[in-house]
Design a protein around this ligand. Sequence first.
Ligand SMILES: [Zn+2]
Length: 63
Amino acid sequence: MFDDQVACLFCQVKNDHKSSHCSHCGMALAKQHPEGKARRSFFVKAFWGIVIFCLVMMYYLPR
Ligand SMILES: [Zn+2]
């Protein structure tokens, strides 16, 4: 199955998804979906935190 293999980003060799490093060149393989999703939600939270911070500062700072 395609989902059971991860393509190496450097040499494109297919590796088992359980292995953390490429069996051909030894480079670290891309992480699985859950971590990418968590990282994405972190950026969304950081983005809204910055937006809210900017809005607060716009009203807080005297003109
Ligand atoms: Zn590789």
